[in-house]
Design a protein around this ligand. Structure first.
Ligand code: SF4
Length: 444
């Protein structure tokens, strides 16, 4: 039995696919690189933007043809798109056999054994896998919570992934210890809103704690003591990014000083229409506190350009916030209308050329500021994790604790190395070998 797995979207999906792979291996599947050689194809989908939905649709069209051609192909559509009416219509149209929403993917083995199966339940008690440490990598993902209680008006995640569920801390620590024991040197704690880990139902900045659960800040300190040299986390919501978390990062050497804090817009009017629950001032206060306690922290963000009703003045406010914060990196997107979201139902989409023009202005600003931020590192010793030792024009690629892409002019093995930054561009730090280099840890 041969399976081909395709993953679109975020790190949560990558983690789920990794878990599914180990479940399938447990029932005798091997894995192939092309659907043409597979008996089973699982497409783990993303529905956050239009692009990954289009990609899934194109692939399903090819799979339907392949199935007609040879008759013995099982097709599974899983993840966020499967949870939405749009995905369920697609499933019918393309003759999909297995449809599982992201809250039900732990049902994958029984679904495959039945051959034809659908589930869109949120199966809370089964929602967390403990997949084995990856055999071929020194870094790993570790899910600490799932779902989202917020209701950002542009986002399908609350519908596709359901309300927040935090994983018991003991399970997280056990999995972290297993990763450390297997030689993993970088673990990324995953969740839609990791900062609301351990918080009871509701939203806002004053939520009660679930009895018996640590806060996210306490969890960071706990995972930081396990022995994994680098601990990261994504993604954060500014409303729950409290001082306790910033202090935990400052006090815990293993936790990387890289903070991804999505702002989406710098205009209070747009933030309100997005239902982001914070104001520009609240957000800037969080950044001030980060800069006070972690002056060297690397900051990145997400911005949406052309949200419905965004005026030129609103967009100028986003640019002015961007200049004030001086982000190291930015993930920017034009607004993409998603069926079933409040924004799609209540607001009118704006012209694509306006959205794209704004994106391009933001990209120019971001490039200028990233270069300025990256130039600060020249001459400094940074720690780089090399995962893949293959060379690109004599350079090996890795990433720093601050998540910069580092291109190193040296013949290095996989693992963590100290190098010196010699040159920088907006997207990369170019590094040379440090004479005092010592491999802190390497492949198992
Ligand atoms: S916080 Fe908002 S953008 Fe993030 S997953 Fe929840 S609803 Fe979506």
């Amino acid at each position: 039995m041969r399976a081909h797995l395709v993953t679109y979207g975020c790190q949560m999906n990558e983690y789920d696919t990794h878990a599914i792979r180990s479940e399938l291996a447990g029932i005798g599947y091997s894995f192939v690189d092309s659907y043409k050689d597979a008996d089973l194809v699982l497409v783990n989908t993303c529905a956050v933007r239009g692009k990954p939905v289009e990609k899934a649709q194109t692939l399903l069209g090819e799979l339907r043809k392949e199935k007609h051609r040879r008759g013995n192909l099982t097709i599974g559509l899983i993840g966020c798109l499967a949870q939405l009416p749009e995905g369920q219509r697609m499933g019918k149209r393309f003759g999909v056999d297995i449809m599982l929403g992201p809250g039900a993917i732990t049902e994958i083995v029984p679904a495959i054994q039945r051959g034809k199966f659908q589930s869109f339940e949120f199966i809370n008690e089964l929602r967390f896998y403990s997949p084995p440490a990856p055999a071929d990598s020194v870094s790993a993902h570790l899910t600490i919570m799932r779902g989202c209680n917020h209701r950002c008006t542009y986002c399908v995640v609350p519908t596709t992934r359901g309300p927040e569920v935090s994983r018991p801390a003991e399970d997280i620590i056990n999995e972290a210890r297993a990763l450390a024991g297997a030689g993993v040197v970088e673990a990324t704690l995953l969740g839609q809103n990791v900062n609301s880990y351990g918080l009871a139902a509701g939203t806002g900045s004053r939520r009660a704690r679930i009895p018996g659960y640590p806060s996210f800040a306490e969890l960071l300190r706990m995972v930081g003591r396990v022995g994994i040299p680098r601990v990261r986390f994504v993604t954060s919501h500014p409303i729950n990014f409290d001082d306790e978390i910033i202090e935990a990062i400052a006090d815990t050497p293993a936790v990387c000083r890289y903070i991804h804090l999505p702002v989406q817009s710098g205009s209070d009017r747009v933030l309100k229409r997005m239902a982001r629950e914070y104001t520009r001032e609240f957000y800037l206060d969080r950044v001030r506190r980060i800069r006070e306690l972690l002056p060297d922290a690397v900051l990145s963000t997400d911005v949406i350009t052309g949200f419905p009703g965004e005026t030129d003045e609103d967009f100028e406010e986003t640019l002015s916030l961007y200049r004030e914060v001086r982000y190291d990196m930015c993930y920017m997107f034009v607004y993409s209308e998603r069926e079933g979201t409040p924004a799609a139902s209540h607001f009118e989409d704006m012209r694509r050329d306006v959205k794209v023009r704004r994106l391009s202005r933001l990209a120019d600003l971001s490039k200028e500021i990233s270069l300025e931020r990256n130039l600060r590192w020249i001459g400094r010793r940074v720690e780089v994790l090399i995962q893949d030792t293959s060379e690109e024009e004599g350079l090996v690629l890795g990433h720093t604790r601050g998540n910069h892409v580092a291109a190193v002019e040296a013949n290095l093995e996989a693992g963590i190395h100290n190098v010196v930054v010699a040159h920088a561009t907006p997207n990369r730090l170019y590094c040379v070998e440090d004479p005092k280099d010592a491999v802190i840890d390497s492949t198992p």
